[in-house]
Design a protein around this ligand. Sequence first.
Ligand code: FEO
Length: 394
Amino acid sequence: MKKIIDGIYYVGANDRTTQLFEALWPIPQGVTYNSYLVAGSEKCALIDGIELSELEHLRQNITEVLPNRAPDYLVINHMEPDHSGAIAQLRTLYPEMTIVGNAKTLDMLKGFYGVEDNVMKIADGDTLDLGGVTLNFRLTPMVHWPETMMTYLPEKKVLFSGDAFGAFGALNGAVVDSDMDSDRYIPEMYRYYASIVGKYGIFVQKAIARFEDTPVEYICPTHGPVWHDRLKEVVGIYDRLSRYEGEDGVTIVYGSMYGNTGRMAEIIAGRLAERGIKKISVHNASKSDLSNILADIFRYRGLIIGAPTYSNSLFPPVKAVVDAIVNREIKNRAGAVFGTFAWGSKAVKELTDALSPTGLLVDSIEPVTVRQAPDSAAADACRVLADALAATLQ
Ligand code: FEO
């Protein structure tokens, strides 16, 4: 347990055991499931639950704050099981605790856990008085699920934001950014956003707009540090990411079975550097994790994708990246493609067909297609492609 400010306590837990978050995304630095306890003069509310495996840590932390009583309320901002997984057990531990959620939350609560008694249905804008502290509920659907909401404490200027403004990475002692070196969480914030929230940019924008005129001094997300000193910076990162606004840099993603497509990627990267582009991130799609590739694609405005033809189709690791780009409706990128084939060309056509409808490709940049291995003419064509893309970034 850690006190954040008077009357607000961190009672969440680190997970340094799970390998893949959502059974998809590597978390080498772990992850937190943040839960908070808000104590008013009359009532106490637990804000956000926890993943089932960390129930005992949550229980111990709650007991440190409330040694002789249960919380009066559990406010569920988000029903994904990394936050709701222990609800059935919490109901058994604290049968008198009322579960608070909106209509969609309560529907999911019944569906996931069969819980439907001792619940309180709230609507957008409703408040709950804890005695000198008010919980103000604001629905923010699709950040990251349809039932998602945020809880604001006007007296303390604290926002419990759910997944928004979250980051991968376990906490190493401190909870609030002002008490730690929080730099390590910034790249993990990009990776978290790109992996988990990236499809829902328009809804993140709506949520940010809703709180534009709301004074907030602490953001308490469901993952990663509590933001205080870096609050504006973190909101700015989420704002830019959710607007798909890229920095001046280039992500190159390629697949290569025997090095020929990879050779083209290296030539392109070298030429971009000669043209003064300093932020260049090259990923071999067979090796880089998808979350790292997506984080860079969200970060940089330039995007170049290359692949060999494999079984008369697009090389599967690159196809997975393209599918993830299309799924996340990534916009505002200056893109180009290149590829190879041994006897029948398909990769470049499939890349073009998949990415053209997204508006990511620069129409005037000709794809480079190479038969078997790049010769000097092919190398020149790669440099022309790099020059054209560099020109779009200047
Ligand atoms: Fe951390 Fe969408 O749950």
